[in-house]
Ligand binder design. Structure first.
Ligand code: AMP
Ligand code: MG
Length: 493
């Protein structure tokens, strides 16, 4: 039923992981199964077993043939503080498969029992956060943002205890690979140069094969630059949809450039760069507007681990790494401008663009305008001035946005493309539907508290086509009312 495993990570030396057999749960029940992704991964959909057997596999009760589960070792900076050993406390990599496009993909169970890295945790996950990751990661994918994917969610039939008793769950997660900046930090902290080199080579082979020909220190300078490029692009894309990751610790930063570890993440409604949702982020370290700076900081942590591979002479190594890191602001700015120009329907680059974008954001901040709807209604404005009213009503104070609209129209006019064409293009990058917090919370509450999966499935279906207006689904596009608004999110892990 599973595609053939091609084990890679579990062929690395033993100190990279702990072999760990998922601990069976008593009454596994399949809550969600991603057939499209299964197909993409090479599952034979025609030969799928019944739901009970599927649930057994995705709960970890049955081990697919050829899997050799391992919990991966890693370290990480959490809220700026270094923790030399984290690792998969409650997750196992079953192994890698080759998908239909020929790419290697990790299949991991999360919530499958306490490993050596559990540090006192129970190794389990509540069903709520499992469904949250399922929903939000799949939404990120349909929004066109690199992310780990969700293949299945299972209810374990067992309780987990957090502040209260909650139903347990297991998520089956698919990633290009699960190596994190924190994985590099794990070996660096141990002074394990050989481990570092093996890891770097593993990552190059897996994600950056264009660097395979490089040798000596240049190979690792290029690796740093390549990871940095993908992370800069990734965060620019987050910024373009108002996504706040919430826990951008180095152990939650994948070197593949995929969004990983959905905890207290959330989408911003009214635009403000200091937007924070996570209950544990007291200082606002991981606020919306801080994300580019934080990812640059995380790249500096990655750079530190690579120094011994770059050059045996520390000063020379630092100089080479700094040359790369110093390019981050420029690389990020370029990626962000690309995202924002597309959102504004601009295809040419003009010197005044950064200012035009900044002034729009300023107007949104002053007018407390909904981020997603502002851009979506701008698409209509590109087509017809009669749509301006719909945009202006999003702003508490419309003076600034009204004069900004005039400037934007002049800028668009200079490109000379037909309004309908501009609008159509803008609608392919400005979503109408995002996983708004209150909708996500409502769907999870119904699933977890009442066993009612209908709201989860309905929301999932809407988010599968975020750029397409879906008649009858109007409320999914709207910001939360004052009573519905969710200001705080919890990892709940
Ligand atoms: P996270 O906040 O989910 O990124 O997790 C941070 C670290 O804590 C990772 O090493 C996780 O494996 C570990 N962890 C989180 N929750 C649990 C749990 N319930 N049991 C064991 N380990 C956990
Ligand atoms: Mg994590």
């Amino acid at each position: 039923m599973f595609p053939e495993f091609r084990l890679r990570y579990s062929r690395l030396p033993e100190r990279f992981y702990q072999r760990f057999r998922p601990e069976p749960v008593s009454r596994p029940q399949l809550v969600a199964f991603n057939r499209t992704l299964a197909e993409e991964l090479g599952f034979d959909l025609a030969a799928l077993p019944d739901e009970a057997e599927l649930a057994g596999y995705f709960a970890g009760n049955r081990l697919p043939a050829g899997a050799e589960p391992v919990a991966q070792a890693y370290a990480g900076h959490q809220f700026g503080m270094f923790v030399p050993q984290l690792g998969d406390g409650r997750a196992v990599l079953l192994g890698e498969v080759v998908d239909r496009a020929g790419r290697l993909r990790d299949i991991q169970l999360k919530g499958s029992g306490p490993t050596r890295f559990a540090r006192g945790g129970d190794g389990r996950a509540p069903l709520g956060p499992v469904l949250r990751e399922y929903l939000v990661s799949e939404a990120m994918h349909t929004l066109g943002i690199p992310t780990t994917r969700s293949l299945a969610a299972v209810a374990t039939g067992e309780a987990v205890y957090r502040e209260r008793r909650l139903p347990g769950g297991v998520l089956t997660r698919v990633a290009a690979c699960h190596v994190r900046v924190g994985t590099f930090e794990y070996f660096a902290a141990r002074g394990d140069a050989e481990g570092l080199r093996l890891l770097a080579d593993f990552v190059i082979e897996r994600h950056y094969s264009q660097l395979a020909e490089l040798s000596g220190g240049e190979r690792f300078v290029a690796l740093l630059a390549a990871v940095q490029e993908r992370q800069a692009t990734l965060v620019a894309k987050w910024m373009g949809v108002g996504f706040v990751h919430g826990v951008m610790n180095t152990d939650n930063t994948a070197v593949s450039g995929e969004t990983i570890d959905y905890g207290p993440c959330a989408f911003m409604e009214a635009y403000h760069p200091r937007t924070v949702f996570s209950f544990i982020d007291h200082g606002g370290r991981y606020a919306y507007g801080n994300q580019p700076g934080i990812v640059m900081w995380n790249m500096a942590r990655l750079a530190e681990t690579l120094l011994p591979l770059i050059d045996p002479d520390d000063e020379r190594a630092v100089a080479r790494a700094m040359e790369v890191l110093e390019r981050f602001p420029e690389r990020y700015e370029a990626a962000w401008l690309e995202v924002m120009r597309a959102k504004l329907g601009l295809v040419q680059e003009q010197a005044g663009d950064p200012e035009l974008i900044a002034d729009l954001l300023q107007a949104m901040q002053g007018g407390r305008a909904d981020f997603t709807l502002t851009f979506r209604r701008l698409c209509d404005c590109a087509e017809s001035p009669t749509a301006d009213r719909g945009l202006l009503t999003l702003f508490e104070e419309p003076t600034a946005i009204a004069s900004w609209l005039t400037r934007w129209r002049q800028r668009l006019g200079a490109e000379g493309r037909a309004g309908s064409l501009v609008a159509a293009g803008m609608r392919t990058v400005n979503p109408l539907y995002i996983p708004r917090n209150h909708l996500v919370e409502q769907a999870l509450a119904a699933a977890v508290m009442e066993g009612d999966l209908a709201p989860f499935q309905a929301l999932h279906a809407v988010l599968a086509r975020p750029f397409t207006e879906q008649p009858g689904r109007e409320r999914y596009a709207l910001p939360a009312s004052d009573e519905e608004r969710v200001l705080r999110t919890f990892c709940g892990t």
